[in-house]
Design a protein around this ligand. Sequence first.
Ligand SMILES: Cc1cc2nc3c(=O)[nH]c(=O)nc-3n(C[C@H](O)[C@H](O)[C@H](O)COP(=O)(O)OP(=O)(O)OC[C@H]3O[C@@H](n4cnc5c(N)ncnc54)[C@H](O)[C@@H]3O)c2cc1C
Length: 540
Amino acid sequence: MPPDWDVEADVVVVGFGAAGACAALEAAAAGGTVLVLDRFGGGGATALSGGVVYAGGGTPQQRAAGVTDTPEAMFGYLRTEVGDAVPAATLREFCDGSVAMLAWLEGHGVPFEGSLCPDKTSYPTNRHYLYYSGSELSAVGAAPPAPRGHRTRGRGTSGGLLYARLAAAVRGTGARVLTQTAARQLVAEPGGRVTGVECRSLRDAPGWVRLTHRILHQWSVKPYLYVPKAGRVLHRPAGWLERRYARPLRVGAARGVVLAAGGFAANRPMMRSHAPTARGGLPLATPGDDGSGIRLGTEAGGATACLDRVSVWRFLSPPPALLGGVLTDRAGRRICDESRYGAALGDAIIARGGQAWLLVDHATRAGARHQVRGSTLWFQRLQAWYLLSLGAVRAPTVAGVAARAGVDPDSLAATLAAYNSAARDPAVPDPAGKPAAARRPQDQPPYYLIDCSVRPRLFYPAPVLTLGGLVVAPESGQVLWPDGSPVGGLYAAGRTAAGLCSRSYVSGLSLADCVFSGRRAGRHAAENTQQGPSATLLTT
Ligand SMILES: Cc1cc2nc3c(=O)[nH]c(=O)nc-3n(C[C@H](O)[C@H](O)[C@H](O)COP(=O)(O)OP(=O)(O)OC[C@H]3O[C@@H](n4cnc5c(N)ncnc54)[C@H](O)[C@@H]3O)c2cc1C
């Protein structure tokens, strides 16, 4: 190690969200000294999240709910979602180790509960903590379905609790956490092996600067999530404080650097270049999701994958009755099985140009209105209100409602007739493959067409999550060059890396991947005992 490091550790983790925390925990458990850096106070998107972790194969919570599940069934279903995003052996390892992974989280203080939600929903209320968080019920041909969305037990969106427990566990290991410190460049030897990180830190800034920076960030993350323009304005002074008061800090990493700095949904040029079709969506991100983790990796030679894969969420439930409706495009053609997971609906809508309408009849709408109170949390109430009022047009006939929404009436009538005949007779296959239990004839006037198109809207936004990142070795999480060889001393995890959810997201799979990939990277980095000669600064 060159003598001019300001601070050093065996393993340096960049980013203190779920992936970074899990990497730090494993690195510490493997006996390494650990330093965690975060540009803000830590937490990232993890602390804002729903805290849903995708797990199965017979977890204690599933058993408590009377659910039968096996690693094979979990693997069978996830193969349909994960595809080739990771090798089959990695997915198998994830499924086989899922029960142990949840127990590991519980061992670090993250609580779960086997209270099964009776409805298909985007997020269960505070009465339920286990639910069908993907499209398992629509994929019964692939595998026996089971609810695998394990929501951290805590009121409201419980990602804050999940993060708080992991962060406390990290601090309990003796790992050092350096907040308000942004990684700007990796330091590497001439051969490419990464030995440290060049940072800009506010650690020696006046107290009022640190306090103001912390408050500005904390106050702007929620507005950033719901009204990004307002969030950006509120956050701007935090960036100014960093530019004005942050000082260079050289951090040495004897065994490895783990990049766990989140995704790039807050980086508008990157979004425009990799995911132009998601333009109408709402970035599901914090200002920290600026793609800097991915940039650090690519500057060190790392390859990327799936950057064009973004998850666009279009939930119809709650209220669950709406899942009985018929989703069509402007041409009146059916889009997909409406009972699938919201990200699958979003994908299908984007593939049809981003415009979609849900046709429901009087009975379905009345049933949905009845369900709103018991099936929603506050943020879902706004959406349900939109779907049942502002977002809908109404007419006594199918032709009339089609004319009001600007949907092709003849095609819509034909689509509805085909759907209704399958809904009335379970022996008739649904044209979009919707399971019999989710079909409801839509034949009682008046009719409603609800605008479900992907475009900016306050009450019915389409959240967007980036899924791709740095390519990593499946056995170690080490960042790979484009030729497949590893970048020495460099690892990536969570949304900075391509992983289990990089092809297709279902609720819980991102956090589960953060735990899986974070632990893997932390463990392997701590076990990497190569030592290197003096360091040279990488140029950008
Ligand atoms: C509202 C919402 C709900 C969600 N619900 C769920 C859910 O229930 N289940 C699920 O699986 N997924 C959910 N997601 C997605 C999931 O939360 C994220 O994909 C996941 O938390 C990403 O974790 P991470 O560790 O990769 O990054 P993050 O948790 O974002 O952490 C990255 C950290 O890196 C820091 N950082 C960034 N750049 C730098 C830098 N250059 N130097 C130092 N530090 C840096 C950031 O400040 C941040 O603290 C949700 C997301 C949101 C926003």
